[in-house]
Design a protein around this ligand. Structure first.
Ligand code: SF4
Length: 73
């Protein structure tokens, strides 16, 4: 049995909830990573983003007018 380790790289995402003004663009562009709480403020379930979600996560980060989200490669 082969025991292949996935080569998928992960990236780290950092958010500053204190700056979030609840526009929801991040969650609209990448709902897999960015979630909104009952007040419409961003939260994340994990700070790790896999390669296959990186493009959408980056789009969500760049769309944020309040510069809440940083992707750290
Ligand atoms: S786009 Fe920015 S300001 Fe809007 S909900 Fe997402 S993190 Fe908050």
């Amino acid at each position: 049995m082969s025991n292949e380790i996935s080569s998928a790289k992960t990236h780290r995402v950092e958010i500053d909830r204190t700056k979030c003004c609840g526009y929801g663009l991040c969650a609209a562009l990448c709902p897999e990573v960015y979630k909104l709480d009952d007040d419409g403020i961003i939260f994340i379930e994990s700070d790790l983003v896999s390669d296959d979600l990186l493009e959408a996560a980056t789009e969500g980060a760049e769309a944020c007018p309040a510069e809440v989200i940083k992707i750290i490669s």
